[in-house]
Design a protein around this ligand. Structure first.
Ligand SMILES: NC(=O)C1=CN([C@@H]2O[C@H](COP(=O)(O)OP(=O)(O)OC[C@H]3O[C@@H](n4cnc5c(N)ncnc54)[C@H](OP(=O)(O)O)[C@@H]3O)[C@@H](O)[C@H]2O)C=CC1
Ligand SMILES: O=C1O[C@H](COP(=O)(O)O)[C@@H](O)[C@H](O)[C@H]1O
Length: 526
């Protein structure tokens, strides 16, 4: 690694190589990532720059990386591309408000510098004119930075509906590739949904696979960028506490839950085509399940980790209809972009069973819903009752280990203790690790920030491999086809409720025992 390109103001523990800081820690060594010196300039191209995701997530994530010194002005340029006719300043004005959110006034100067890095190119997604113009602009930028031909890096972020991925990828392949023989690269980031079922996903994978190899494709699932999801591997495999307990002998059931307290606002048209299983469960919750249930990987190399995720997905048994409850919130169909006869679930509880030595008989309950009573995502691991319980604890509740992904990241263990005082009474209490309290000086990065950084570093661990995607669709496709054919219908539920009561009944049938009279309240700073 050359010291010439090491910048002194790089964040602690990081080394800047060619405008992007590479991690200088033991993880990188373990992952066996090649810290190749990258001297070419970096062009980040956001396709679909006029859209919702680009303004709410992609540009803010790039801005945060810039603010923290991970993207260097001397090397980086950002291009927005879409059909809408906009000037550079129009695009900057559109996204400015989203970048200012939560930023202090002292960031105004940094924001102005960041916005100056952004250029906009207008063009269609299926004709070469726009892409040739884009290529010309990227090349001009590369020449202006004295980048050696072939050493430049081009990251294309497809913030677009998946229907246009094949044509956009073809256009990039034919018109905008960097020459890779001199250490430069071209990488493509694609957003979910990757298909609607097994066949469409495989078709899409084949189409993209003809244009780019697996090392160039980054299928993003932003749940894999969340702090506590990234912690799962460390938590499970670096702690002696958990190793002997994490199995069917001790664990009764596991819930992975996503709740939102708002409906499909503004995205009804998209959502109605997909529904909650395709939008949340088949991807985000299933990815979390993989990390909770997989065996220890041989090493931290991305391929070893993804190999284990595929194995656990392939061990999931076919879903039975009696293990599913669907719901649709009242008022969902008032959205003019949603069909009056829509059968699309906005809520689902699905119980999965993993047929292997560790998990046989342990239900994995995946639950997701929109327009519910609160916004929360968590993993709830419920342990079996204590055998020969002399304290009659069963009446109070079981041990639970809860990993709160959001909001207020935390881990807590619900356990039974002696109630403080003269009497010998038991109560439910908790061992609590609340991140807000424990890590007061740390700003937890946004998932997109972390994942975009990974794409630039070439780290595919937190991205979905093609065979993983296939295995995930194999689990859900039969159920989804049956729902699409009207064989299962959603039960109406009131917005702001817990969802259909039938879902709680399914939970109880699966073995979950609710603790009554006790809730954990996230501690706050005094
Ligand atoms: N928005 C979100 O919160 C999330 C989105 N995603 C995924 O990210 C991707 C982008 O999402 P989002 O930004 O919401 O999408 P948008 O509907 O906002 O579309 C993005 C841009 O794509 C162009 N576009 C829209 N519809 C079409 C079409 N039918 N054919 C060609 N171009 C079209 C438009 O640009 P123009 O007309 O200017 O060319 C639009 O500005 C999708 O795959 C989505 O599923 C994933 C997670 C969350
Ligand atoms: O992918 C999606 O995720 C969001 C929820 O993301 P979160 O990080 O805020 O939990 C969801 O609202 C959206 O429907 C879905 O497409």
């Amino acid at each position: 690694m050359s010291t010439e390109s090491t910048v002194l103001d790089a964040p602690l523990g990081n080394v800047s190589i060619g405008g992007i800081n590479t991690r200088n820690d033991s993880f990188s060594e373990e992952k066996d990532m090649e810290l190749v010196q990258e001297v070419g300039c970096l062009s980040i191209i956001v396709l679909g720059a006029s859209g919702d995701l680009a303004k709410k997530k992609t540009f803010p994530a790039l801005f945060h990386l810039f603010q923290q010194g991970f993207l260097q002005e001397s090397d980086v340029h950002i291009f927005g591309y879409a059909r809408t006719k906009l000037s550079d300043d129009d695009l900057r004005a559109r996204i400015r408000g989203y970048l200012e959110k939560g930023a202090s006034t002292e960031h105004a100067e940094v924001l102005t510098r960041f916005l100056q890095l952004i250029k906009y190119v207008s063009g269609s997604y299926d004709s070469k004119d726009g892409f040739q113009l884009l290529n010309k602009k990227i090349s001009e930028h590369e020449i202006s930075k004295n980048s050696q031909p072939g050493t430049s890096r081009r990251l294309f972020y497809l913030a677009l509906p998946p229907s246009v991925y094949p044509s956009v990828c073809k256009m990039i392949r034919e018109n905008c590739m960097n020459q890779s023989d001199l250490g430069g690269w071209t990488r493509i980031v694609v957003e979910k949904p990757f298909g609607k079922d097994l066949k469409s996903a495989e078709d899409l994978s084949s189409q993209l696979g003809e244009l780019f190899n697996e090392q160039q494709l980054y299928r993003i699932d932003h749940y894999l960028g969340k702090e506590l999801v990234q912690n799962l591997l460390v938590l499970r495999f670096a702690n002696r506490f958990f190793l002997p307990l994490w199995n069917r002998d001790n664990i009764d059931n596991i819930q992975i839950v996503f709740r939102e307290d708002f409906g499909t606002e503004g995205r009804g048209g998209y959502f109605d085509e997909y529904g909650i299983i395709r939008d949340i469960i088949q991807n985000h919750l299933l990815q979390v399940l993989c990390l909770v249930a997989m065996e220890k990987p041989v090493s931290l190399k991305p391929e070893h980790i993804r190999d284990e995720k595929v194995k656990v997905l392939q061990s999931v048994l076919p879903i039975k209809h009696e293990d599913v409850v669907l719901g649709q919130y009242e008022g969902y169909k008032d959205d003019p972009t949603v069909s009056d006869s829509s059968n699309t679930p906005t809520f689902a509880t699905v119980v999965l069973h993993i047929h292997n030595e560790r998990w046989e008989g342990v239900p994995f309950i995946l639950k997701a819903g929109k327009a519910l009573n609160n916004r929360k995502a968590e993993i709830r691991i419920q342990f079996k009752d204590v055998p020969g319980d002399i304290f009659k604890c069963k009446k109070q509740g079981r041990n639970e280990f809860v990993i709160r992904l959001q909001p207020s990241e935390a881990m807590y263990m619900k356990l039974t203790l002696k109630k403080p005082g003269l009497e010998m009474q038991t109560i439910q209490s908790e061992l609590d690790l609340s991140y807000g309290l424990r890590y007061q000086d740390v700003k937890i990065p946004e998932a997109y920030e972390r994942l975009i950084l990974d794409t630039i570093r070439g780290d595919q661990q937190h991205f979905v491999r093609r065979d993983e995607l296939k295995a995930a669709w194999e689990i859900f496709t039969p159920l989804l086809h049956n729902i699409d054919a009207g064989q299962l219908n959603p039960i109406p539920y009131k917005p702001g409720s817990r969802g259909p009561a039938e879902a709680d009944e399914l939970l109880a049938r699966a073995g979950y025992v609710q603790t009554h009279g006790y809730i954990w309240i996230p501690p706050t700073l005094a």
